[in-house]
Design a protein around this ligand. Sequence first.
Ligand code: AHR
Length: 531
Amino acid sequence: MKRTMFKPIHRRGFAATLAGLALLAGTALPSFAQPAPVKAELTVRASQPGPTIAPEIYGQFAEHLGRSIYEGLWVGPDSSIPNTRGLRNDVVDALKKMKVPVLRWPGGCFADEYNWRDGVGPRAERPVRVNTTWGGVGEDNAFGTHEFFDLVEMLGTKAYVNGNLGTGTPREMAEWIEYMTSDTKSTLAEERRKNGRDKPWKLDYFGVGNETWGCGGGMRPEYAADLHRHYVTFVRKAGGRNGPQEFASGSNDKDYNFTEVMMREAGKAMDGLTLHYYTLPTGDWKKKGPATGFNEDQWISTLSRTLQMETIIKGHAAAMDKYDPQKRVGMIIDEWGTWYDVEPGTNPGFLYQQNTLRDALVAAVNFHIFQQHADRVKMTNIAQMVNVLQAMILTDKEKMLLTPTYHVFEMFNVHQGAAYIPVDIKAPDYSHAGFTVPAVHAGASRDASGTLHLTLANLDPNRPASVSAKLEGASARKISGRVLTGPAMDTRNSFDQPHQIQPVAFNGAKGRGDSLTIDLPAKSVVVLTIE
Ligand code: AHR
């Protein structure tokens, strides 16, 4: 789909929009079949700015899993794929454009089996281990601490390193931190220098373990809390005054008790507490549902389960508030996103899945929810950045494509570091197959220059939405926007057609002063800049 294709369609209104989209899909709609737009109302309360939206809410996660690190990010300096010191140029350039505020590494479940010593020193001498969690494949440790920080510095992002609580010792954890951050003449700092890095790196965040309740050790929260207190004591000593913020490994889904116990027993010994929540179309881990070729039942069930994020955040926030009413401890949602059945024919241990317009809607809805809780949610990391789960980028040897999720991250990056602006929404329900979700979802922010950014999603795959927006405490002189949509619920990019879905100019917002009307196509995500 070419960039210009949607432009004239939006100028001609909904009927033409739908006809245009139907033609693109190869299924011309008879004129009587064109659904009327649903009506929604928004009030953008620009006069009531809330907390700053931490840029880290738009964070990423890259694990030693499948083709995430190897092939996706790292091809090695001798590869025919253009690279800089082994990191592929096309992927790094695309990520830079998207704006990555923080990158979590090396896992995930992998982190609790990782010994940092395996990944430093001459590459040819690094040991080969078995990645027991993810496919039982050989891990040659070509990508280690130095390569990670090279990537971090290329992207201009913050570093979030996840330590090994499951099988490592407190000494191992403390020594890794010393190796990364010490400016002294200690043996470990000298070893780092010998390995090519003179100055210490800036280690912004350190995770003490991952999923302690599961792959990280199968612990009860009481034990996990004690173990956190034990390990973090040495992490803090090693980091000293310029050490990283420390995160404790927290809960999953709706296990509010885990959060409660961690906060009660170890709340004073952490800067952040993590939380994981994945969106499965069916809610069934044995048969999650396909990434493409799904029907409307799974479109709406996926969005409905995405909206659960609101309930989940509120539940964990309430448990945190009990012990930390000042909200000193950040909620760190360091794994979220869609998890589908793997692409047919791929290694089940590699978690490779396609990414469609549905994933774009999932990302948009999650961001709006995270932003509404910007007082507590200080970081999130989508799982994962390249070639795994709800990825930004997919690669196939020298080919690369940007997914619909990438585009939403890029469109929404205007919210990073801006002030949260509350939005009241009156939207009709969209119901199907026993699920009901609001047809329209929205979020807003105001940046340092005073520009207002409004993002909207139309969750209804069949009907456009006509949105009347009132700006309270702001006035529109100039509006510009972009829209991401496509003819089918599973519109996606492929290696043969990598530009099928990408944002295009949006002309569906009209108005001046404090009143706007916004014509959202069915199943779309829109970003508006209001000056
Ligand atoms: O993101 C994939 C895996 O999901 C992570 O390794 C683990 O922490 C979670 O269960």
